[in-house]
Design a protein around this ligand. Sequence first.
Ligand code: CP
Length: 306
Amino acid sequence: GQHFLGIEGLPEDQIEILLDRAENYALLNRSRKTPRNLLRERTLITLFFENSTRTRTSFELAGKRLGADVINMSVSTSSVSKGETLLDTAYTLNAMRADLLVIRHAQSGAPALLAQKVDASVINAGDGTHEHPTQALLDALTIRRHFGKLTGLTVAICGDIAHSRVARSNIILLKTMGCNVRVIGPRTLLPSTIAKMGATPYYSMDEGVKNVDVIMMLRLQRERMSAGLIPSTREYFRFFGLDRRRLNLAKSNALVMHPGPLNRGIEIDSHVADDPHQSVIQEQVEMGVAVRMAVLEKFSHIKAQP
Ligand code: CP
């Protein structure tokens, strides 16, 4: 099959087409008029080796709204707990003739490995610190809905850049679409490789958010840090947390974004996260379903319908 493993290598016009299709699905979702025959007789299996609320649920909803048979493999109750490997699990699902495999795994490159071994189209739902491509698409769609374009906007991505597949996918996508991208964080969480990706590093939050159009906050991924290197949460919020004063340094209509899950009071103040005018966190979740519908449509080799 044709796989969706990352934003890297996806040209601008392909991104634009996916965003347009997703915008169309966002409207159909609101009017409850989704094409339930589109993925009829297709089987979608979600395989999450790491926990998820948004991504797994929205892939399931996306599949169901297009009429696919959706199976959620519960990894913790599967035979993985008896020592079955990732590849043997994949061969087993392949023998059941799944058409689409949506996988999340702690190891970067796990979806790419799977893609070489199965007939199904493999869709990356987040692999280690590598990529989370559907997240970058839903973020881009949310931004585009508010500004009508992406080109020329300045986006600040803040926090634990080092461990963030969301940051990597977003930097690649936003640079491809002509945005100015800043990354803000403590030196320990801001790898030098970021400069090669074309994002400008800032080690001061006040400096980094000045005059930006979008502030994208990230969670501290403690599960990917060694115990001695986890910052104290009080210190972290003081230096890198987003509060009202810092938000006011950005443009007056700046958007506040967060991929979720939120750790309130650690990277973001609750009032800012819930701000009715500037926070678009719930809209990001809504666009997540629409984007995943567009991705399932594209990667199940079905011709687009009106
Ligand atoms: N943003 C995101 O990937 O959330 P989940 O981990 O809940 O899927």
